[in-house]
Ligand binder design. Structure first.
Ligand SMILES: [Zn+2]
Ligand SMILES: [Zn+2]
Ligand SMILES: [Zn+2]
Length: 306
């Protein structure tokens, strides 16, 4: 049995609202890219490693918004002979590249900022103040714009933009302090703080991405729930070759071999498949493959405990 239940975004949303979401995200992308360029130039002009760390962070934001925007279209493309599961897994590739770029950027910032802990360099506080006001305005405006949408992507982005506003508030406070007190060490301290925050998030996302690449079981509780459903049928004695893995963190694939009772009829089998289809539908698998094995039948796959 191989039931196809592929999900396409246009089956859940109207075309117009998906297009609106795409427009809003595209808009956030261009805003972020322009602001990232301004930050790199501003960080260089003000000689502030804190601004540079923020620029690296926003470069990462631009990349993830950009890939999410581009992959949005690609991931809905129909499966073909080369990519029989479709294009959903391409988003993993995007996440992996983003992670690598952010790690390289973070190492660069740490190499700049750590020596300044021992021989602090005074940044231009007035320039930092101007950039931070600009940063609060841009990120605050983007968050306000995106609050119109309520797709999952937009809500995550929105929450993230509020975090970014808080980062700029920290730069604002430090720049004001630096105007009155000669404490240049505050700049590398803030920079290293930002960078550790970036690396913490990169580590978390990379771990998730790598587990998806390695086809780890997405959720042990889900595994147990599906097992319970399958074994709850009187026609099923046992199961093996039971696998659940996720294409992209949202769409999962399930396959299993069911060992049936000795005296099962064709009518029983049809009934069993119908019942399973109904009971498994709540899990919304993108692909399910269920092999029915008779009592006197040897498993085709050699190692039955896998
Ligand atoms: Zn950000
Ligand atoms: Zn399929
Ligand atoms: Zn088997």
């Amino acid at each position: 049995m191989h039931s196809h239940n592929h999900h396409h975004s246009h089956s859940h949303h109207h075309h117009s609202s998906a297009a609106d979401a795409s427009k809003r995200i595209g808009w956030a992308f261009f805003l972020n890219v322009s602001f990232t360029i301004i930050e790199f130039i501003g960080g260089w002009l003000t000689n502030s490693t804190a601004i540079m760390a923020d620029a690296v962070h926003d470069l990462g934001d631009s990349l993830s918004i950009g890939t999410a925007w581009g992959l949005n279209k690609l991931s809905d493309k129909e499966a073909n002979a080369t990519f029989s599961y479709g294009y959903k897994r391409f988003s993993l590739l995007g996440a992996l590249i983003n992670g690598m770029v952010l790690i390289i950027g973070s190492v660069w910032i740490l190499l700049e900022a750590i020596p300044r802990l021992f021989s602090p360099v005074m940044p231009q506080a007035e320039g930092m103040l101007l950039l931070s006001i600009f940063g609060i305005a841009v990120n605050g405006f983007a968050a306000y714009k995106l609050s119109a949408g309520n797709s999952l992507n937009e809500r995550i982005l929105n929450w993230h933009l509020l975090e970014d506003v808080l980062g700029w508030v920290a730069v604002l406070i430090v720049s004001i302090v630096l105007m009155f007190k000669p404490w240049p060490i505050l700049d590398p301290i803030l920079s290293i703080g930002f960078t550790l925050f970036i690396l913490f998030n990169v580590g978390r996302n990379l771990k998730e991405t790598i587990l998806l690449f390695l086809q780890a079981t997405p959720d042990k509780k889900l595994m147990q729930d599906v097992r319970n459903v399958l074994l709850s049928r009187a026609e099923v004695n046992a199961l093996h070759h039971f696998h659940i893995w996720s294409l992209d963190g949202e769409h999962s694939v399930m396959s299993v071999h069911l060992e049936l009772n000795a005296d099962i009829s064709v009518v029983d089998m049809k009934n069993l498949k119908q019942q399973l289809q109904k009971e498994l539908s709540v899990f919304e698998f993108a692909h399910t493959t269920i092999e029915l094995e008779f009592a006197d039948e040897a498993c085709r796959d050699q190692s039955a405990n896998l």
